[in-house]
Design a protein around this ligand. Structure first.
Ligand code: AMP
Ligand code: MG
Length: 431
């Protein structure tokens, strides 16, 4: 993501439409990067807790974890075959095999205290301890055993010294870092930690995140009654809850809040009391039914800014009340989704001390033009085909969910810009 590329634009609020807000010097409209910087700068330092490794998926490591053992812990075979001394089968070919007597067998997991004596071989399996004295493993496919002479192995090929051997510590050395501080742990990290014998992981505490949807037109999905005229099913909290979970947060879904000043205030009050962060959607623009900003200020919260120069999602409120934070997202489903990814997701990650907080991106090439005639950066929904070609995923209006569901990611198209087919782009992705 670009950083610091845009001058901070200070716009003092002066809309005649909003009668609840006194005019103030609050810088309202920010560029995305400035908004993000200000949010991240407000987030407090993480606190740690120790949890079982099995619960560490999508959690952030609080501190460096060092390996307590070498990996692999001992030299071992990477093949099912025979441990040998390479010098003993130098001349072996399919036409003139070399025969060696079978001196033993080491199963995986078995302790082996013996030694390979010169001029013999030992049956060995993938993961079996390499016997002292051996310097190569010949794969089973390069050998033969005559059923009449079961204690002799015919080698059909020579072996290079140290072939098919996995060395102690070649993966990880005792003391090496196996998880850096601030790492968002995934299944692969967990495998490495498990292999190193780690049973408990120091991670940052998870933020609890209240999710509130405002709007008198909203109805709970799954309600038995059909939609009344003018109603729509509420859809933002489900998506937001999932996105909160995927960065380690604990979502707490609150009931729908009707467009009413008192109801908005009491819902916000409860949410602020129960959770670390509060995410609302809807009710943050300048319509006379938009109550979130006023309610938050009534509760002693301070608005830090309330517009970001992006599309979708210009109305975006960031506020603070002591150590609690308000993220007021616009109600349109795509606007809520995109502003969450661009501004709330990083905050949740930073709250947990994560190192990388911006969305992962992958390179692609536009298969068709992406045009943004408007005056704000447009994060356009795209799908990426199997060849890495990037297509618009459909209608880009902020209420259109079908193109969001088809999308693999977003492309940041600058204001008043037409990106032609063939342009190399970065596709911002979500999990
Ligand atoms: P608002 O930001 O409250 O002005 O809402 C903008 C648009 O998004 C309106 O069409 C709302 O009906 C719609 N909307 C607001 N909140 C939600 C929600 N939680 N789920 C689905 N649509 C919503
Ligand atoms: Mg509304």
């Amino acid at each position: 993501m670009r950083s610091g590329a845009f001058p901070l634009r200070l716009i003092t609020y002066h809309s005649a439409l909003d009668t609840r807000r006194p005019s103030s010097d609050t810088p309202l409209m920010l560029e995305l990067e400035q908004a993000l910087e200000r949010i991240l700068a407000s987030i407090p330092a993480p606190k740690s807790e120790l949890i079982p490794l099995g619960e560490a998926h999508r959690r952030v490591t609080f501190e460096k974890i060092a390996a307590g053992i070498d990996l692999p812990p001992f030299d071992n075979s990477s093949m099912d075959g025979y441990a040998v001394r390479a010098a003993d089968i130098l001349s072996a070919t399919a036409q003139a095999p070399v025969s060696l007597p079978l001196g033993g067998r080491i199963a995986a997991g078995e302790r082996f205290s013996g030694e390979l004596s010169a001029g013999s071989c030992i049956r060995i399996f993938t993961g079996s301890t390499l016997p002292a004295g051996a310097d190569a493993v010949v794969m089973q496919e390069d050998t033969q055993i005559d059923p009449k002479r079961p204690h002799e192995v015919l080698f059909l090929d020579s072996a290079k010294p140290w072939e098919n051997i996995r060395f102690r510590g070649e993966d990880i050395k005792h003391g090496a870092t196996i998880a850096a501080p601030g790492e968002l742990l995934n299944a692969a990290h967990m495998a490495l930690l498990a292999a190193s014998g780690v049973a408990h992981v120091p991670v940052s505490r998870r933020p609890s995140v209240a999710l509130l949807a405002t709007g008198s037109e909203l109805k709970e999905a799954g309600d038995s009654a059909a939609l009344a005229p003018g109603q729509i099913y509420e859809s933002n909290r489900t998506a937001l809850a999932q996105m909160v979970r995927s960065v380690g947060g604990i979502p707490k879904v609150f009931p729908i809040v009707p467009d009413d000043a008192e109801e908005t205030r009491s819902a916000l009050e409860r949410a602020l009391a129960e959770c670390d962060l509060v995410v609302t959607c809807g009710g943050v623009s300048v319509g006379e039914m938009d109550f979130v900003k006023g309610a938050f200020e009534d509760l002693g919260g301070q608005l830090q800014f309330w517009k970001v120069e992006i599309k979708p999602g210009r109305p975006f409120v960031f506020g603070r009340r002591r150590e609690k934070f308000l993220f007021g997202l616009p109600g349109n489903p795509v606007s809520a989704f995109v502003t969450f990814l661009l501004l709330v997701r990083p905050a949740l990650l930073r709250w947990q001390g994560a190192d990388r907080v911006v969305l992962p991106a992958s390179a692609g090439v536009l298969a068709e033009p992406l045009s943004n005639p408007g005056g704000r950066r447009h994060f356009m929904r795209v799908r990426v085909d199997g060849k890495g070609n990037v297509h618009s995923s459909g209608i880009q209006a902020s209420h259109v969910l079908s193109s969001l569901a088809l999308a693999d990611g977003l492309v940041d198209v600058p204001a008043k810009t037409n990106l032609s087919a063939g342009t190399a782009v970065q596709v911002l992705r979500w999990e």
